[in-house]
Design a protein around this ligand. Structure first.
Ligand code: 5AD
Ligand code: SF4
Length: 481
């Protein structure tokens, strides 16, 4: 691998761009840095950037990649939209995510009128929808740069095009099999980090837009993953979150296939790494091998996020989830038996087309039987282009809302009960930040992902501490070191 420094030294900006993609992007970073410097001189100050992230952990990781490039070319980070370069990294999994972006774009128009140096960029899942890009071209002409989920690595090159063309630059790819390694990243936390292990999704759950906007499943080479984590650990990271839309099918498309459980065992060997998390698991692909590896591991956290979506076998079939109620229940039981202290969390969609009260009761039944430690509940949102959007029997909003409220009440009551079982035990906590309300306190996480607040100073951030959990406050604990 070429180290960044070596790449930078070998670049001749007056020559042709290199053919190797990583080197090529560094070439454009050098070029972009010149433009930023010029503009900064004109403005008489350092230029600033602000990346606003919407959506999931995948997007959060992409935002770190965007920040990495922007810092490298000379922008300084700002913490609100009064910046010279504002990027919205969008989400489109539910419609309200889209509406939020349009609202903010309207507001940005006014901000831009007051700052002649300001540029606005849009990227992420929403930009992979052609109707969205059409709408922005027509109604939000103050946007300077639009790109998608497949070419985030190209930011430096796109910025150079933007500076040179002085018009809106749009570059959306339909799909890609490209994975570009070794680009700069600016991590939000010093001590923990996400790492992509795969991109895209092949499952086509009938309600979900992700396979259309994130493309086909492709796994990163295990060597690249391990090398990245080793580097992170060398940089002070003690907890890593392996990211993929469906981590349980990791490795199937590699030249030398490898299972997710095998990858986890390799990651476990990394010295200095203390905790391993991963997101998200699809129940249909969760293997016995994985359960065994988790049960025997010292580093894999006691937390499994296992989206249920619905408890009704009929709805699950229409959702194209490829498991039924019984199979999910059996799986949950197997996991709880093998790893008794595991925290099981889930996602549930209410109001999927055709959902009857009886189907809903099946969902409630699974919730009561499994006793999820936490559940993210969503009202079904129609996404144009997905099979479910044209299904008959769309559920009226008031019916869905009523079910949603009943579900939420049940979920919260169970989560409270489950949370309380750790009272008076001593747990290992990774300290994450100074407490927002009380600067004498810090906030950290248990292995099972629950938050704990206790007395302590900022010097503890990033360390593991043994903490006695004194009082459960519903969804978090007050403790004592
Ligand atoms: N409507 C509502 N919720 C959805 N999710 C995905 N697509 C939709 C949709 N169209 C939820 C699923 C998924 C989570 C990330 O978002 O529960 O697990
Ligand atoms: Fe969407 Fe299903 Fe893929 Fe998850 S597994 S991203 S819900 S299609």
């Amino acid at each position: 691998m070429l180290e960044n420094k070596e790449i930078l030294e070998s670049i001749d900006v007056n020559g042709e761009p290199p053919t190797d993609e990583t080197a090529k992007q560094y070439y454009y970073m050098v070029k972009a840095a010149n433009y930023v410097e010029e503009e900064s001189k004109e403005a008489g100050r350092k230029l600033t950037y602000f990346v606003q992230n919407f959506g999931c952990q995948m997007n959060a990781r992409d935002a770190e990649k965007l920040s990495g490039v922007l810092k490298k070319i000379g922008y300084e980070e700002a913490f609100d939209e009064n910046a010279d370069f504002v990027i919205y990294n969008t989400c489109t999994v539910r419609e309200n995510a889209n509406l939020k972006v349009y609202g903010r774009l309207g507001y940005l128009n006014g901000v831009k009128k007051k700052n002649s140096h300001m540029k606005i960029g849009l990227c992420g899942c929403m930009m992979q929808e052609p109707e969205v890009v059409e709408k922005i071209k027509k109604s939000y002409r103050h946007v300077d740069l639009i790109f998608g989920t497949h070419n985030v690595f190209k930011l430096a090159e796109l910025l150079v095009t933007m500076y040179e063309s002085k018009r809106t630059v749009i570059d959306i790819w339909k799909d890609t099999d490209k994975i570009v390694e070794d680009l700069p990243m600016e991590r939000k936390y010093k001590f923990k980090s996400g790492t992509n292990i795969m991109f895209g999704c092949n499952n086509f759950c009938s309600y979900c837009i992700v396979p259309y906007v994130r493309g086909r499943e492709r796994s990163r080479n295990p060597k690249d993953i391990i090398r990245e984590i080793e580097k992170l650990v060398g940089d002070g990271v003690v907890e890593v979150m392996l990211l993929g839309q469906n981590v349980n099918s990791y490795g199937k498309t590699l030249d030398e296939p490898m299972s997710f459980a095998e990858l986890l065992q390799e990651v476990e060997k990394i010295e200095g790494l203390e905790r391993i998390r991963f997101m998200t698991s699809h129940p249909k692909d969760l293997s016995d091998e994985l359960i065994e590896v988790m049960a025997n591991s010292k580093k894999i956290c006691r937390h499994l996020h296992l989206p249920l979506q619905s408890g009704s076998s009929k709805i699950l079939k229409d959702m194209n989830r490829r498991y039924d109620k019984e199979k999910y229940l059996a799986l949950a039981k197997k996991i709880r038996n093998a790893i008794p202290d595991i925290s099981l969390t889930t996602d549930i969609i209410i109001g999927f087309p055709g959902e009857t009260e009886e189907d809903f009761q099946d969902t409630m039944d699974v919730v009561r039987q499994v006793e999820f430690d936490n559940a993210f509940t969503f009202i079904y949102s129609k996404r144009t282009g997905t099979p479910a959007a044209v299904m008959e029997n769309q559920v009226p909003e008031d019916v869905a809302k009523d079910r949603f409220n009943r579900l939420l009440k049940e979920v919260q009551a169970i989560a409270r009960k489950r949370a309380a079982v750790y009272e008076n035990t001593v747990q290992e906590i990774l300290v994450e930040e100074t407490n927002e309300q009380d600067p004498e306190m810090v906030t950290g996480r248990m292995s099972n992902n629950m938050l704990v607040h206790f007395k302590g100073g900022a010097d503890l951030i990033g360390t593991l501490q043994k903490v006695k959990l004194k009082e459960c406050k519903g969804f978090y604990y007050l403790g004592e070191m």
